[in-house]
Design a protein around this ligand. Structure first.
Ligand code: ADP
Ligand code: MG
Length: 341
């Protein structure tokens, strides 16, 4: 075979393999877009675990009519302009790939209205077709993305979709994680026409409310509050040794600068703080928020942005270890006091 440049659609479909694994990954990308657009209210509506239909509606700033087609193109983003921006990213997205990827493996409709526009506009595309049609539509300020028939044109991928219930569980898990990452945003999740979760926006002082709603009252009651800072890094959150068995729906949530992520450094530090208190089969449960200057962090490690790399990973580790250890000590001493009284 001779060397050829792949047609855009095919290139997008290949790229989609990295970002769009299942309905939950679609939800993650689209809800993150809504958060980046400054939405304060986000509705996620799915049918049949997301296989059939997913709709994400927000009240963010929207996309102007003349940018709708562009938003669906690969490497099109309003979030970074040059390599320096990549060093200090504050938005959740920046790769300009999600909408292009998702629209290449589904039937996607993007509807939006900006503050300035008198009417809303809609762009529709189906899988491989390149032509994007724009039509007037009805929509309040904000944006909606409807995704039908995920992987309809990539049967090999479609085969990997699991039963409705399993896919829904993945969606629910991602939804909860995102709800923990942005308290100031109200989130609603509907499945097959029924409201499954509704988390109203809360002010920072009432974070506990969101934690209890998402993680359960028991988690909050069993947990100790963690707080620590070192130079310009802060760690706050909750953790407990009640834990859960490994792998089974563990309640282990960590966030860096409002971005949900999994990281071995964090996990290791927490485990170390709990050493001697729990056996090796039990994993502590935690919700931990880390904030640091964006320059001290590399988020461009993985296409789905699940991972980050800390430039000063030892310092972050030690700060978490110390914060959790201090919290455990404090709670042990107050327990002892209560016991004496
Ligand atoms: P990225 O988020 O990496 O920029 P996406 O493909 O997810 O790439 O989105 C492309 C662009 O479309 C974004 O940069 C943004 O300008 C616009 N966009 C996507 N979703 C929304 C939304 N819900 N509200 C407003 N603008 C959006
Ligand atoms: Mg995005």
């Amino acid at each position: 075979m001779t060397i050829k440049i792949l047609p855009a659609r095919l290139a997008n479909q290949i790229a989609a393999g990295e970002v769009v694994e299942r309905p939950a990954s679609v939800i993650k990308e689209l809800v993150e877009n809504s958060i980046d657009a400054g939405a304060t209210d986000i509705l996620v509506e799915i049918d049949k675990g997301g296989h059939k239909r997913m709709l994400i509606r927000d009240n963010g700033k929207g996309i102007p009519r003349e940018e709708l087609s562009l938003a669906l193109s690969r490497h099109a983003t309003s979030k970074i302009e040059d390599i320096d921006d990549l060093e200090s990213i504050t938005s959740l997205g920046f790769r300009g790939e999600a909408l292009a990827s998702i629209s290449s493996v589904s039937r996607l409709t993007l509807t939006s209205k900006t503050e300035e526009q008198a009417e809303a506009w809609q762009a529709h595309c189906e899988g491989r077709e390149m032509e994007i049609q724009l039509n007037p539509a009805a929509h309040p300020k904000g944006a909606s993305v409807e995704v039908l028939d995920l992987f309809f044109n990539t049967p090999a991928r479609r085969k990997f979709l699991r039963a409705e219930k399993t896919e829904f569980q993945h969606v629910e898990e991602i939804f909860k994680r995102i709800a923990l990452s942005h308290f100031e945003v109200g989130f609603t999740l509907k499945h097959n026409g029924r409201v499954v979760h509704r988390f109203p926006a809360v002010v920072p002082e009432l974070k506990d409310k969101r934690i209890a709603a998402v993680c359960g009252q028991a988690f909050l009651q069993n947990s100790i509050a963690v707080h620590g800072e070192y130079q310009n890094v802060t760690v706050t959150g909750w953790c407990n040794a009640v834990g859960q068995g490994r792998g089974t729906n563990e309640l282990q949530y960590s966030f860096v600068n409002g971005r949900m992520m999994k990281d071995r450094v964090i996990l290791h530090a927490i485990r170390q703080a709990f050493e001697g208190m729990i056996d090796s089969q039990t994993y502590p449960a935690f919700v931990l928020f880390i904030t640091m200057p964006p320059e001290e962090l590399d988020i461009n490690v993985h296409p789905a942005k699940h991972e980050v790399r800390f430039h000063q990973s030892r310092q972050v580790h030690d700060l978490i270890y110390k914060s959790v250890s201090d919290a455990l000590l404090l709670s042990a001493s107050t327990d002892a006091l209560e016991f004496e009284n």
